[in-house]
Ligand binder design. Structure first.
Ligand SMILES: [Zn+2]
Length: 334
């Protein structure tokens, strides 16, 4: 089955001061950054909503059995570990409708899906997942809640609460529904975040926002355009070849332009029963990118390795470290 696409595509940024980050001398050229927005790790009463729409038997069974088909952290980690790559996981801290919901919010069934699937960052299972990812070399970043793009205090709270679970600072993240306000990047920068990965679309894939990360303030804050969200593709469950053809076309274009291609696969799409074909498609993108010599890894690793402004001293330290310890990002040996 396919799920309703996320709305709220962010429009092109018209800021004339936007400058493209030039590929640095040490830059890798063609790169693929892997990301996962953790929107709803639990399939709970949303089952009733989906059951009303399609395949009621299946959805009611998973609901009644208390199975958790959206919990895919271990599967994603195993797949990526197998390929020798890591990725970014962005965690959402959506306020509950009980705290903030108006009556009109409650009357809108799609809000039930958002809010009944929400999770607490400090619950034991989520906190364990956050620490497992971090300890294993994955990036844990912030997935700013729906209204946080216009709310500095809310963003600050979400960043602080995620960092309390993580035990250290986060480098960057992406806004939920790719929703940006006129000041969101200023808020990010003021909070000490180094990057945002929101500009993009859930319905159209491609390089509409450019081939390279760019610097909206001409400083060390960088924006990574989103190239491909899984729901923009033909359903790989029924049209795998068509879906793959689109992915291959994007890889061709990225390689030809030394682009940084950023890919978003929501964790629940790794469940083969619910979303057949998506896991296989994701794996193939990574395999082919590595075959073509792309750098593949989490956004924060790309930022730190190629874009962070460093003093000469830090620079040589970092290079020594990455030469010995290896990066989460992986380029295959030639
Ligand atoms: Zn989201």
């Amino acid at each position: 089955m396919r799920e309703r696409k996320e709305k709220g595509d962010s429009g092109a940024r018209g800021d004339p001061r936007v400058t493209r980050a030039e590929p640095s001398e040490s830059g890798p050229g063609f790169a693929v950054c892997l990301t996962h927005d953790v929107d709803r790790p639990y399939k709970t009463y949303q089952g009733l909503y989906y059951a009303a729409k399609s395949n009621p038997g299946y959805h009611l069974r998973t609901l009644l059995r208390r199975e958790n088909p959206y919990w895919q952290f271990e599967e994603v980690m195993a797949l990526e570990r197998d390929l020798g790559v890591r990725s970014s996981f962005y965690f959402l801290n959506e306020p509950s409708l009980l705290e903030t919901g108006s009556l009109s919010d409650w009357l809108e069934p799609k809000n039930w899906v958002e809010h009944l699937g929400r999770y607490d960052l400090d619950s034991a299972s989520i906190a364990d997942a956050v620490r497992d990812l971090d300890g294993g070399g994955w990036e844990v970043g912030i997935h700013g809640s729906f209204r946080s793009c216009d709310d500095f205090d809310r963003l600050r709270t979400e960043k602080r609460e995620l960092e309390a679970v993580l035990g250290h600072e986060v480098v960057g993240g992406r806004q939920h529904h790719l929703k940006l306000g006129p000041n969101t990047w200023r808020y990010h920068r003021e909070l000490g975040l180094k990057y945002d990965a929101s500009p993009g679309s859930s319905s159209e894939n491609g390089f509409q926002h450019g081939y390279r990360p760019f610097r909206p303030f001409d400083d060390d804050f960088v924006v990574f355009p989103l190239t491909l969200m899984e729901v923009s593709l033909p359903d790989p469950g029924s049209a795998f070849d068509e879906a793959w053809a689109e992915c291959e076309r994007l890889l061709d274009e990225a390689e030809a332009n030394d682009a940084v291609m950023t890919v978003l696969w929501h964790p629940r799409y790794f469940n083969e029963d619910e979303f057949p074909g998506y896991r296989r498609l994701y794996r193939r993108i990574i395999e082919r990118a590595l075959d073509r010599g792309a750098w593949v890894g989490p956004v924060a690793d790309y930022y730190r390795t190629f874009l962070a402004e460093r003093t000469d001293e830090e620079s040589s330290e970092t290079e020594t470290e990455s030469a010995t310890a290896g990066d989460a990002g992986r380029s295959p040996s030639p």
